[in-house]
Design a protein around this ligand. Structure first.
Ligand SMILES: Nc1ncnc2c1ncn2[C@@H]1O[C@H](COP(=O)(O)OP(=O)(O)OP(=O)(O)O)[C@@H](O)[C@H]1O
Length: 848
């Protein structure tokens, strides 16, 4: 096999319009993608109707378990690769089973099908024709007139499915337009049932398969002529809308009115039908009965998120009430604080001392503070205190068989790295700590139980509801938990505002550090950050300082001015890694995309035509570029917001590229990762990035443009987060009103109920253990059909009525009811729709 032959699997070939076939034996598999069905085969041609005069041809496409030395019929088109010539791109393929009448009869009466004689085989072919196998596989009911014995029919079906099933499935998935990666995940989930699941309810994919959205499922449903008013469609649209609304706003729940309005829009626009609001509202009740959503007062949650908030509260209660071993005496703590202060040459101020004292003795403790107030100092102090009080060594090399007793973790790789540097101890991401893959999407994920005595989490404001629930679930009773963060920063990317909500709970001991230490005489960035936090801009805001400046300009001038500032920084010796442009939005002349392009050409210009680079998603990637990772990939130890550098570009058509694939090699702080083309959507240029993505990182110089075009985003916590990313230099540009507006625009709180759950659990409104031990089988039991649909919302049995039944039985009460409510048998009239019933809702939507 030559290099050239191996390279034929490049997909950059030019398609020709003709559809043709090639029949032949597979003699070699040149390439088989490890994570999809994509393959490149060498086929010995037996028959073809393309203009081909050689014995062998290269065939590419999505194939399941192709057997070498087996003959297949490939249908598709010949394509011409600019360098490697003609190859055959198959859309469809099948094991070359006989298609002539006599061939089919011989096949069906052969040894593959015990119990089927020649006569029966003839009857099958006479009844169903030469497409008999396809027809049987598509619908076994076609065999009914043949009158086969049940056992014989089953064997026939099983063998046909084995011989043809996987291929049919892959072909079917291709026909529905799934790329090879999605096809692989779908097949991995449903196996032999893949096509029947899709045909029965394509909307199932929306909940089961990451990457399949409502619109895709809806297209398939339209293809299958599934009723656009079918309950499955309505339910999928409702779930999608709850998910998207919550994700967009960071809320943990939504309410009926916006949910129904947005769902109606989605349903009506996608397939141009009118939907009866009453029918839609009924499906909301069905979803609750199916335990996919939960209604509580006027709130509607996705079940896992609802569960996560409760479990956070319950786990915190568990930890705060668990009996503590080895609690040091107050005197011992005071003495140890004196030793630690002396050793680190510091005099802790009152609130720092209080924080140290309280944190080292409490099972759970929260520490917040703005930049330079001493959070890291306290983390370091706590580590030293713990070591002294519990007589443990801080030399990690001394721990061979037992775990190091102090666990340090943060939500991103960068924050974890900073934590490790400032403490001189190992620190990891929370995902790593828990052994999570990053694909977890519910509270039921098994995580390993943590081992140790003290857990400190930094950058807590970035931790979302779902991750925090998984973390707490893994904390054993005796482990002390200290959560450190800056409450005024942007909340997590994922749903919730966990740190904010925890701090709002009086049940959890906490301290806010307010005294600013890192002023270094002439630093003006930290005082600026504190002023912003307090809702004002300092009087000298637009006056240039030694470490900060303000350049007034309009949106169209931003790009040009940023270019000038960056060019100057480069001249002064700043590197791309040290200079970070932050902006709130991607689009527009002052947006992230435009600025990325401009700054890339300053820090990493394309110098010669020969320089390796490639274009993807409208961006030019070059060796040396600074790139941002957009999602969590714990398998590579790379996380959302991590910054790396392109250190290698391998092009498939490069004769020296042994992998024969286009790939990018990126060096991150912690490791080097190779990205195949299918993973490039995880990357973007990082010269300029969103303020949200910059959380957890700091940079020597930050350049921050704010202009009226960003008005939708301008909020106090956004500006505060951006400004606190700057370590030494801050260049602000744009119009002063936009900055003023950000400061006065108090950050809008997200819709969450964690504080409420904490109150309920800590004040024993809900008895301890009541919810956690709730038997899931009862909750998951769908009700009888007649309980589900109702034409009169006022008398509709709500999901909570099922809860009432549970509560009155001997078993634990359903958590959706307070015990008082349950006892009185009082039920809500309509799930999540206090004051909003479908009837109220109908006229507005119908436009009546
Ligand atoms: N009690 C103290 N006396 C003297 N210096 C202190 C004291 N507390 C903190 N510092 C110093 O103030 C500076 C800022 O402290 P530290 O880095 O702990 O703050 P931080 O809140 O973690 O800041 P950031 O969030 O910006 O990283 C450090 O140089 C630290 O040594």
């Amino acid at each position: 096999m030559t290099d050239d032959q191996q390279s034929l699997f490049s997909q950059d070939a030019v398609a020709q319009p003709q559809a043709h076939y090639v029949v032949g034996k597979v003699v070699a598999t040149f390439f088989s993608s490890p994570d999809s069905f994509y393959k490149v085969l060498l086929v010995k041609v037996a028959e073809q109707n393309i203009d081909w005069h050689e014995d062998e041809i290269v065939v590419t496409g999505n194939f399941a378990d192709i057997q070498e030395e087996t003959t297949y019929r490939f249908t598709g088109r010949s394509v011409r690769h600019p360098k490697y010539g003609t190859q055959f791109q198959a859309d469809n393929y099948q094991n070359e089973t006989p298609t002539s009448r006599s061939g089919l009869i011989a096949y069906l009466s052969g040894s593959d099908f015990p119990g089927l004689g020649k006569r029966t085989a003839e009857r099958i072919v006479d009844t169903l024709g030469e497409q008999a196998i396809d027809l049987i596989l598509a619908d076994p009911k076609v065999l009914k007139p043949i009158g086969l014995r049940a056992g014989v029919q089953q064997t026939l079906l099983d063998t046909l499915r084995v011989n043809n099933g996987l291929e049919q499935t892959i072909i079917g998935l291709n026909a529905y337009g799934f790329g090879s990666r999605l096809a692989a995940s779908i097949y991995a989930k449903y196996q032999a049932d893949t096509l029947s699941v899709i045909q029965e309810n394509p909307y199932q994919l929306v909940t089961d398969i990451k990457g399949v959205g409502f619109k895709k499922a809806d297209q398939i449903a339209a293809q299958l002529k599934i009723d656009p008013r079918s309950p499955e469609r309505l339910k999928a649209a409702l779930l999608t809308t709850i998910n998207e609304t919550c994700a967009q706003n960071g809320d943990t729940y939504t309410t009926a009115e916006p949910l129904l309005t947005a769902t109606m829009q989605l349903l009506e626009q996608a397939r141009h039908v009118q939907i009866d609001p009453q029918t839609l509202a009924d499906q909301l009740i069905v979803l609750a009965k199916e335990n996919k959503i939960v209604g509580d007062e006027n709130r509607i949650y996705l079940q896992p998120v609802y569960e996560a908030e409760w479990r956070i509260a319950e786990n915190l209660k568990r930890l705060t009430t668990a009996e503590q071993a080895d609690v040091p005496s107050e005197r011992a703590v005071e003495r140890a604080i004196q030793h630690v202060a002396k050793a680190s040459n510091l005099t802790y101020d009152d609130s720092q001392t209080q924080a140290l004292k309280a944190a080292i003795s409490a099972p759970v403790f929260l520490l917040t503070g703005g930049p330079g107030t001493g959070k890291t100092t306290i983390i370091r102090g706590l580590v030293a205190l713990y070591a002294e009080l519990h007589d443990v060594s801080l030399d990690v090399n001394q721990y061979h068989d037992e775990a190091f007793p102090i666990l340090l973790a943060a939500p991103t790789g960068r924050a974890a790295k900073r934590m490790a540097e400032t403490t001189d101890l190992p620190a990891s991401t929370i995902h790593r700590l828990l052994g999570l893959t990053g694909r977890e999407d519910g509270p039921e994920q098994p995580t390993k139980e943590l081992d140790g005595g003290l857990l400190i989490i930094d950058e807590m404001s970035m931790v979302d509801t779902s991750l925090f629930q998984l973390l707490l679930q893994a904390v054993p009773n005796q482990m002390q938990v200290i959560l450190v963060g800056d409450k005024d920063q942007l909340p997590s990317v994922g749903a919730g505002q966990v740190f904010h909500d925890l701090l709002a709970s009086p049940a959890l001991p906490q301290i806010e550090l307010t005294r600013i230490y890192r002023q270094d005489g002439d630093s003006s960035i930290i005082p600026l950050a504190h002023a912003i936090k307090d809702g004002r801009l300092p009087a000298d805001f637009t006056v240039n300082q030694s470490d900060r400046s303000f350049i007034s300009c309009n949106a169209n001038q931003v790009n040009h001015i940023v270019a000038q500032v960056v060019a100057k920084a480069l001249k002064k010796g700043f590197t791309a890694e040290q200079v970070q442009i932050l902006a709130p939005m991607y689009r527009g002349s002052a947006g992230i995309d435009q600025l990325n392009q401009t700054v890339q050409n300053i820090f990493n210009p394309l110098k010669t035509a020969k320089q390796k680079h490639l274009t993807y998603n409208g961006q030019d990637f070059r060796v040396g570029d600074k790139v941002l990772h957009l999602v969590n990939s714990p398998e590579n130890n790379v996380f959302n917001g991590d910054i790396g550098q392109i250190v290698g570009i391998d092009l498939a058509n490069d004769p020296h590229n042994e992998a024969k694939k286009d790939q990018l090699v990126i060096a991150f702080d912690q490791n080097e990762v190779t990205y195949q083309r299918s993973d490039w959507n995880r990357l973007t240029l990082a010269y300029s990035m969103s303020i949200h993505k910059s959380q957890g990182s700091q940079f020597k110089m930050v350049i921050l443009p704010l202009v009226p075009q960003f008005s939708r985003m301008l909020q106090r916590n956004l500006l505060y987060t951006a400004v606190t990313r700057a370590e030494q230099m801050l260049i602000l540009l744009g119009d002063p009103q936009s900055f003023e507006r950000s400061v006065t625009n108090e950050s809008v709180n997200r819709q969450t109920t964690l504080t409420k759950r904490l109150k309920q659990v800590f004040t024993d409104e809900v008895a301890p253990g009541e919810r956690v031990e709730r038997p899931t089988s009862q909750a998951a039991n769908p009700p009888a059909d007649d309980q589900v649909t109702t034409s009169n919302p006022a008398t509709a049995p709500s999901p909570n009525s099922a809860g009432a039944d549970l509560a009155t039985s001997d078993g634990p009460a359903d958590y959706r009811l307070t015990p008082a409510k349950a006892q009185s048998g009082q039920i809500d009239p309509m799930i999540g729709m206090d004051g909003v019933t479908p009837i109220d809702f109908m006229p507005r939507v119908a436009g009546a």
